[in-house]
Design a protein around this ligand. Structure first.
Ligand code: FES
Length: 220
C-alpha cells in the first residue's frame, strides 16, 4: 500500500470520469481501488473509492462516478491500491463483461488487457459508453445467460443488493466467474467499520479486503 498526493487534470461526464496524474505505484489494477480525500474539503469525513477505467501516460482515468465537487486542479490525497482485483486468465479467449449497475465504467479497465491477449470481448450493459474499441461487441444485459455459456471468462459488476437475485451457481458452473461488488467502502478495511459486509456462502465477507472482486464460487 502506498500514499501520495496527486492532481485532477481533467473531468468528463463519461465513464472515464477524471484523468488523475500520480506516481505509477498508486495506479490501481483493474478491480482494485484507492481511497481519495480532496485536500480542499478537509471537513468531508469519508474518502471516496477510486477505480481504474483506463491507464494513461503519467497516471490513469478514474471510473465514474466520482464526487461532484471534484474539479480540474483538485488535489487529492491517495491511499492504496487496496483490495482484491480481477484476475484475467492469460488463456481466456472469450471474455464477457457484464454491468448490472448504473455504469460499466469499472469494467473498462479489462478491455485493453483482454484484447492484447487476443481475446474476443463482449460488453453487456444498459448504457454503452462512447469511444470503445471497435472490436468490442455491445449487447444488452438480458443476453447474460446466453453469453455466460459462450464465455471462458466472465466479469460481473454487481450492486450488492442484487446479489440474492442472481443465479451465480449456474453462471459459475459454465465459466470462470469474477464478481466486482458495488458497495460503500468508507474505510477500506483500515478502520474495520463493517459497512461493506456481505453475507454469502455461509460467511461474512468484507468487500473492502476480501474483495471488492470475488470469485463467483465464494458468493454462492
Ligand atoms: S469499508 Fe470498513 S470494513 Fe470494509
Amino acid at each position: 500500500m502506498h500514499t501520495g498526493t496527486s492532481q485532477i487534470d481533467e473531468i468528463s461526464t463519461g465513464e472515464r470520469a477524471a484523468r488523475i496524474f500520480c506516481a505509477s505505484n498508486l495506479v490501481p489494477a483493474p478491480g482494485k481501488y484507492l481511497l481519495a480525500w480532496a485536500l480542499s474539503e478537509p471537513d468531508t469525513p469519508l474518502p471516496a473509492p477510486v477505480f481504474l477505467a483506463e491507464t494513461c501516460p503519467g497516471g490513469f482515468y478514474a471510473a465514474a462516478p466520482l464526487p461532484v465537487a471534484w474539479i480540474p486542479g483538485t488535489t487529492l490525497h491517495l491511499t492504496g491500491p487496496l483490495g482484491r482485483g480481477f484476475h484475467l486468465p492469460a488463456i481466456a479467449r472469450r471474455v464477457v463483461l457484464v454491468s448490472l449497475g448504473a455504469t460499466p465504467a469499472r469494467l473498462l479497465a479489462l478491455i485493453r488487457p483482454a484484447l492484447a491477449q487476443g481475446a474476443s470481448v463482449s460488453l453487456l450493459c444498459a448504457n454503452p459508453p462512447a469511444n470503445l474499441p471497435l472490436a468490442v461487441e455491445i449487447l444488452p444485459p438480458d443476453s447474460l445467460t446466453e453469453m455466460a455459456a459462450w464465455a471462458d471468462y466472465l466479469a460481473l459488476d454487481l450492486p450488492r443488493e442484487r446479489l440474492p437475485e442472481l443465479a451465480l451457481a449456474a453462471l459459475a458452473g459454465q465459466t470462470m466467474l469474477e464478481v466486482l461488488l458495488e458497495t460503500p467502502l468508507p474505510c477500506g478495511g483500515l478502520g474495520e467499520c463493517g459497512v461493506c459486509a456481505v453475507v454469502a456462502g455461509r460467511k461474512i465477507w468484507l468487500a473492502c479486503k476480501d474483495g471488492p472482486v470475488f470469485e463467483g464460487r465464494q458468493l454462492i
